[in-house]
Structure formats: structure tokens, C-alpha cells
Design a protein around this ligand. Sequence first.
Ligand SMILES: [Zn+2]
Length: 94
Amino acid sequence: MTMEDKHIPQRTCIACREIKDKRLMIRLVQNSDGSVEPDTSAKRKGRGAYICPSKRCWDIALKKNHLDHALRTKINNANRSALFEYGSKFNEEK
Ligand SMILES: [Zn+2]
């Protein structure tokens, strides 16, 4: 990563804390009803959190409540299961 790449927005993964090009990461947003879901357009308003497209990072983010902290919310069990399911489609390694 050189200085010339600085114009590419970078985001930190809430699980592994690695900083990456945000286009390579999955953004999560909280809906007005409090539920959290992946923002596939990456353009929705509101507080967002980024996670690598890695099963391992999703496991960490969900099991250790990193996502709850990042979004300053309490994710309910059904929502957590849905996100876990979403994350399980990614590969184990980054
Ligand atoms: Zn990560």
C-alpha cells in the first residue's frame, strides 16, 4: 500500500482489526427497527460496521459481540443467527 493509494477509502474490520479497501469488505447497517443486516449496496445511511468476507471474522464479530459494540446496539438471537448464516458462506481464511 503506497501513498498513491490513499484516495481509496479504507475501513477497519471489527473482528481482526485489519485495515482494507472498503470495497473488499462487507458493510453492515442497522435498520430503523433495530435489526442489523448486510448493506449490499454499501450506500445506506446510518452507523455502519465493516467485516472481512471471511467466515473466521464473522464468527469473531458475532460470538464476541464486536458487532453489537461497533453499532452500539444489542443484536437479538434471531438476527444474530441470520448474520451467522450469512457469514458462513464465506471461506474460513481471508
Ligand atoms: Zn477481518
